[in-house]
Design a protein around this ligand. Structure first.
Ligand SMILES: [Zn+2]
Length: 204
């Protein structure tokens, strides 16, 4: 018989239990990690393409409707951050600019540009991996996602798989420094200037 494999992150209720309440917390936590792993997969794709490795996915009713990685260098477009590209994909998928029932997972805390777009699209929740204390706009430096004067505020969940998310960025910039020290041509994404999405904690 062909039995459909249940993903490991899905916590099934214990049929012997008379209460479902006890399974809720692990289900929520594991779901966040599951979708962040998908965002990390996008970040690794960016790294392979010499882009600063940041990835994002958008989830609607438990289903991924958008996946994107940072493509600033590939598209020669300073606005082509992973979140911006994912928002556009999600709007197309739902044929609506309102993403009110959507959650956005991104490996690094969003910058002010992305945070502004996220608020415009009315994203319900933003889940990020590593913080950006100098340039982050989800509470790291500013908190545009919850600005009281704007007409929408997002829930924020920080630090999901934070070590893995920061690790991939550190590795990228460490390699960029090695190449520079050896006189090799720099990676495209590692040459970006302070106005783009260079992570503030460990830049080139
Ligand atoms: Zn951004």
């Amino acid at each position: 018989m062909n039995v459909k494999k249940i993903p490991s992150w899905v916590q099934r209720p214990d049929p012997m239990s008379d209460s479902l309440l006890s399974i809720d917390p692990p289900l929520i936590l594991n779901s966040d990690e599951h979708f962040m792993r998908e965002a990390l997969r996008m970040a690794r794709k960016a790294a392979r393409l010499d882009e600063v490795p940041i990835g994002a996915v958008i989830v609607h009713q438990g289903r991924v409707i958008a996946r994107a990685w940072n493509q600033v260098e590939t598209l020669k477009d300073a606005t082509a951050h992973a979140e911006m590209l994912a928002l556009t994909q999600a709007e197309s998928a739902l044929e609506d600019w309102r993403l009110a029932d959507c959650d956005l997972y991104v490996t690094k805390e969003p910058c002010p540009m992305c945070a502004g777009a996220i608020v415009h699209c009315r994203v319900r929740r933003v889940i990020y991996g590593c913080p950006d204390v100098k340039g982050g706009a989800a509470g790291g430096f500013w908190n545009l996602l919850q600005a009281p004067n704007l007409n929408h505020r997002c829930e924020i969940t920080p630090g999901v798989l934070g070590d893995e998310c920061v690790g991939i960025l550190k590795e990228f910039f460490a390699e960029a420094r090695r190449r520079k020290a050896e006189g090799l041509p720099h990676k495209k994404g590692a040459a970006i200037d302070a106005t783009s999405n260079t992570p503030s904690f460990d830049g080139p």
